[in-house]
Design a protein around this ligand. Structure first.
Ligand code: TXA
Ligand code: MG
Length: 319
């Protein structure tokens, strides 16, 4: 496995070629780093499951570089989906749409829909463009972590998570720290009223404003069937996470910067607002593990805006 740290056009072209040949490429996106593979290559996709130790049957998100490629993968795309796509792509949003025959069972988890995303990170976009120039249709990319663990937001974190499971023909592209820091908002657009399956930086408020409708947030029973990866305890560091109570001396502590550090606690992060909180969350939890801390006390941000996504991830990592 080789890491390209300058991400020149040449190294991106080389990475795209590796993808075309069925190898894996971990690459930066604005949300988290993804472990990429040719979404039409069953063998490459089975390696993704192996490297991540992810149970089979969990569907994957297909990444493309442009809206014009949408109808290769999706059919019967609703007006609402088109409006969302035009408003938030490229960006931290994934749309679940009715699939075409290009999306095989090994991508969709045998469902009749497919998840699609156009990321905004320049290295991701360039990689996807090069891959498509070389004849590819889309890159499947789950977060580049072992199943159930924290998503990586830096190339170093990818290397620590997956380095020993990658082969000499695989690559890691280093595009710096992810700016958003939590995974994309997933919106189910296969039903009349779109439903948020996973909150992210494209917030409920933003979606309601663009669509000029009120989302029914109570109506998400499909969540359990459609996104199995989100049911189990997830986003877990080795340290135990507490969302209430007071830390003892030697415990880790994460809170917004206006809260002082309790006596003896080890301050892991002091974000100034929810956006910065999302950006540093996973890296701070990783640092707790690197320091060998047993317990981390986290004061969650308000449950609005991207704070909803942070609270969602914290609740799962504390399970
Ligand atoms: O920000 C992101 O979305 C990152 C970056 C790399 O793009 N990717 C990511 O992928 O978070 P992953 O596989 O770690 O999480 C995707 C989630 C999983 O829980 C999966 O079950 C769900 O999306 N998912 C994928 N395809 C789906 C589909 N067709 N219907 C419903 N849920 C789906
Ligand atoms: Mg993931």
């Amino acid at each position: 496995m080789s890491t390209f740290s300058n991400c020149s056009l040449q190294s991106i072209q080389q990475a795209a070629l590796a993808l075309r040949k069925g190898n894996l490429v971990a690459f930066p996106t604005e949300t988290v780093y993804g472990l990429g593979a040719d979404a039409t290559n069953e063998k490459a996709i089975s390696r993704v499951y192996e490297v991540k130790a992810r149970p089979l049957g969990h569907p994957l998100i297909v990444h493309v570089s442009d809206i014009s490629l949408l109808d290769k993968w999706a059919s019967d795309i609703s007006e609402i989906a088109i409006r969302l796509a035009r408003s938030f792509w490229p960006g931290p949003m994934t749309l679940v749409l009715p699939k075409t025959n290009l999306a095989k069972d090994f991508i969709t988890g045998s469902q009749d829909n497919v998840a699609l995303r156009i990321p905004s990170h320049p290295v991701a976009l360039e990689l996807l463009k090069e891959f498509e120039k070389q004849g590819g249709f889309g890159v499947a990319a789950p977060s580049a972590n072992r199943f159930g663990k924290l998503s990586p937001t830096t190339a170093v974190a990818v290397e620590m998570e997956l380095g020993k499971f990658l082969s000499t023909s695989d690559h890691i592209l280093d595009g710096g720290a992810s700016k958003v820091g939590v995974e994309s908002t997933i919106i189910d657009c296969t039903i009349a009223l779109p439903t948020i399956l996973r909150p992210g930086a494209v917030t409920i408020e933003m979606i309601e404003e663009v669509l000029d409708i009120k989302l029914d947030l109570g109506s998400a029973p499909s969540k359990e069937i459609k996104a199995p990866g989100m049911l189990v305890s997830h986003y877990s560091p080795n340290a135990k996470i507490y969302l209430s109570g007071a830390p003892s001396p030697g415990d880790g502590y994460i809170a917004l910067s206006d809260l002082p550090t309790p006596t003896g606690a080890i301050r892991l992060a002091s974000p100034k607002d929810s956006e910065e909180y999302a950006q540093i969350l996973y890296e701070s939890l990783r640092s707790a593990d690197n320091k060998g801390l047993k317990n981390v006390f986290v004061v969650p941000p308000h449950n609005q805006g991207v704070g909803v996504a942070i609270n969602d991830r914290l609740a799962k990592s504390a399970k």
